[in-house]
Design a protein around this ligand. Sequence first.
Ligand SMILES: NC(=O)c1ccc[n+]([C@@H]2O[C@H](COP(=O)([O-])OP(=O)(O)OC[C@H]3O[C@@H](n4cnc5c(N)ncnc54)[C@H](O)[C@@H]3O)[C@@H](O)[C@H]2O)c1
Length: 440
Amino acid sequence: MSNVKKAEGKLGVLVVGLGAVSSTFMTGVLMTRKGLAKPVGSMTQYDRIRVGEGADKKYLKYNEIVPLADLNDIVFGAWDVYPQNAYESAINCEVLKEKDINPVKDELEKIVPMKAAFDHNYAKRLTGDNVKQCATRWDMVEQLREDIRNFKKENGVDRVVVLWAASTEVYVPVDEKVHNTMADLEAAMKADDREHIAPSMCYAYAALAEGAPFIMGAPNTTVDIPAMWEMAEKTKMPIAGKDFKTGQTLVKSGFAPIIGTRCLGLNGWFSTNILGNRDGLVLDEPANFRTKEVSKLSTLESILVPEEQPDLYAHGNDEDTQYYHKVRINYYPPRNDNKEGWDNIDIFGWMGYPMQIKINFLCRDSILAAPLCLDLVLLSDLAARNGRYGIQRFLSFFLKSPMHDYTKDEVPVNHLFQQYTMLKNAIREMGGYKADEAID
Ligand SMILES: NC(=O)c1ccc[n+]([C@@H]2O[C@H](COP(=O)([O-])OP(=O)(O)OC[C@H]3O[C@@H](n4cnc5c(N)ncnc54)[C@H](O)[C@@H]3O)[C@@H](O)[C@H]2O)c1
């Protein structure tokens, strides 16, 4: 028997950023509700998990194991720097065809973004003016908290999840003096320390303070700091991040285990992309790309570990201590949201003889991200009803750079199939079944 509180009433989904990913996510959910589209790629809607063993085993969908919120109970809201509503955004982003947007036009038009908590220094390429006037970062938090409270009241919503699907901010390195404790973080917000307090941190703080789980879909530092873990513990709210694992990194975290499992060697892995949407434009700025680069590079490190297998993974870079791993994103407008990724993988086999693998993924960024948004939202809401709080490691499956307690040298799990086991076991446990490590 599941020990999770039932999903009663409406679930507010407040999305930071109303761009390509968010408008595709919202349109898909609304179209699915009308029976006009299928939520392909969503684990919560399609996957079946085995529960029980031997003669008792059965394969159940997630909502047959745990009480997930129903898609019909979702109410969307958003913040954005630009004033376009979700319909205008979906049309402008050109991810979906008009025929797949128009049947839910009325509902999308009602999703009008609230003024963003924004600082131009964190995303220089954005010029929108649908922005809050804030005296300090603390004032920013207060205004966001008020937005969440008003949204709940106006929509008769019982629970809220806040999802960051806004642009990647410039890289904010963790600073122990500011980011280690809640007291220091709050003091910095009150002192309007704009260098160390990114707007995204204000959204996260506001969400947690209002009793809402917070999910970081970009690679931003935001909740990946001890002060936010403390906040999540204090408020008993789940947090998850960072960076949706959608295209190239999904392939990487699924493919690298082939090399590792077969004990093949790796000299280098070069990944490059061309991308032409607004995300690509923002990432064309070196300081914003740095945030993404750190996130994308972390994937291989815990799957192919030079210290564990020096013969296989400790050669290839300039110092010959590790394989060479390079990631590039190139802004190329003609492709818009249809990102093309290339991977060149230099491996070696028996007696060190070199071989190459090439992967060319012609993907659609927002089409891959939308189901992740749905799954992360539904599973964070589930976790909150189950009394789970702090970093939700079982959600690593959906994330490029899974959060982990680096102050205790915890190693994140990046291996896609280990992450899947963690996901299945969390669902099993919440459903009152035993966790296990069997492969099916
Ligand atoms: N699509 C994918 O496959 C994928 C994968 C991993 C991560 N992401 C991340 O998801 C995010 C969204 O991607 P997208 O393609 O929708 O980008 P987008 O540029 O289309 O949309 C982002 C929106 O966020 C808004 N924004 C920026 N800062 C804001 C703030 N402080 N408050 C409110 N709104 C703000 C922008 O105005 C923009 O409309 C990006 O950070 C991207 O890196 C996407």
